[in-house]
Design a protein around this ligand. Structure first.
Ligand code: GDD
Ligand code: MG
Length: 363
């Protein structure tokens, strides 16, 4: 089977992390976001993956080529010279996606869930039409594509991208399966699949919805990245609790703590719930961590306190420092001892020695 992952876009909403690393390579739960998707695709029998890239392809090529052998899958980079949007990349990869009659998966690179590829394929083949969109329910639909079904049917009646007025709360989860026939609808030019292709497919009665069970999150911005981390860890706790830190080890409080085996944790810490600690992270004594992500090589000195924040690669948090309010640190940031940061978005290599009490960007 074939799949295409939409890996373009500048990932501006996930800055400052994406100043250093393309969004799909930012580690989510200690694994590049896109690897969660590649692993699930491979498990569902996909052997041919196209990565549709337009931003810093060289970084991606270097990192992802090594996964070809590891997962025994063919990864092709389809590089755009201008951003082709969310549909144009399908036309650019026509040779691969249309090489046989079998359907192919398409996914946004920033969505996390328990990917239901096998069930999705079975559902799609059973209805026999051109496309199926995975849908989920959210409370705040305005920042997504919204789906309205025909009465008592999985067939989609309307698709409205980022509606300004409420049309419903069933949204596009950014995961699709299409027959190669969709390629006849898409030209090789910048095109939005959500705004241009889906409404026409719905009008032709060629588009169905498949409802996702369980958690889902677009983790393309810091607040959602943290919420997605909590949902993901809760799911790991349910399905594979052995992958998490033992809840009886002295430092775990409230569970859902994922720790890379190379990380070091000091004495008398209180860690959890919902914490991810990356490779090589060093945590001092008496540290308190809650609902946060510490990326590779970062360190937290004695008695620091971190809540609802993301600490970038190789950053250092000083003794008795206190971070909260969806603070996000780029790589190699230094926060001096006893500094308080609330909602700071701090660009790479900065050194912070004064308190930041209101959300702001430090560059
Ligand atoms: N190759 C390529 N080229 N990829 C692109 C381009 C491009 O020009 N523009 C965006 N992408 C990729 C992004 O990297 C991402 O994986 C995907 O297309 C969707 O773009 P986002 O920028 O993340 O869109 P969104 O989150 O605002 O909305 C989309 O996702 C929602 C679900 O998370 C839409 O598909 C919504 O309908 C959907 O509900
Ligand atoms: Mg997105």
């Amino acid at each position: 089977m074939k799949a295409l992952i939409l890996v373009g876009g500048f990932g501006t909403r996930l800055r400052p992390l994406t100043l250093t690393m393309p969004k799909p390579l930012v580690e989510f739960a200690n694994k590049p976001m896109i690897l969660h998707q590649i692993e699930a695709l491979v498990e569902a029998g996909v052997t041919d993956i196209v990565l549709a890239v337009n931003y810093r392809p060289e970084v991606m090529v270097a990192i992802l080529q090594k996964y070809e052998d590891l997962y025994n899958v063919k990864i092709t980079f389809s590089v755009e010279t201008e951003p082709l949007g969310t549909a144009g990349p399908l036309a650019l990869a026509r040779d691969i996606l249309g090489k046989d009659d079998s359907p192919f998966f398409v996914l946004n690179s920033d969505v996390i869930c328990d990917f239901p590829f096998q069930k999705l394929k079975a559902f799609h083949e059973a209805h026999g039409h051109e496309g199926t969109i995975v849908v989920t329910k959210v409370e705040e639909p305005s920042k997504y594509g919204v789906i309205v079904n025909k009465p008592d049917s999985s067939m989609i009646d309307r698709f409205v991208e980022k509606p300004v007025e409420f049309v419903g709360n069933k949204i596009n989860a950014g995961i699709y399966i299409f027959n190669p026939a969709i390629l006849n609808r898409i030209e090789l030019k910048p095109t939005s699949i959500e705004q241009e292709t889906f409404p026409l497919m719905a009008a032709d009665s060629q588009l169905h919805s498949f409802t996702l069970d369980g958690f889902w999150m677009d983790v393309g911005q810091p607040k959602d990245f943290l919420t997605g981390t909590c949902l993901y860890l809760t799911n790991v706790n349910k399905c594979n609790p052995g992958a998490l830190a033992n809840p009886n080890s002295g430092y775990v409080h409230g569970g859902n703590v994922l720790v890379d085996p190379t990380a070091k944790i000091g004495k008398d810490c209180r860690i959890g719930p919902n914490v991810v600690i990356g490779p090589g992270v060093v945590i001092g004594d008496g540290v308190r961590l809650q609902r946060c992500v510490l990326l590779e090589g970062s360190s937290v000195k004695d008695h620091a306190w971190i809540k609802s924040s993301i600490i970038g690669w190789h950053s250092t948090i000083g003794r008795w420092a206190r971070l909260e309010g969806t603070s996000v640190l780029g790589d190699y940031v230094t926060v001096k001892d006893e500094v308080y940061i609330n909602g700071g978005s701090i660009l790479p290599h900065k050194s912070i020695s004064a308190n930041i009490t209101e959300p702001q960007i430090i560059m």
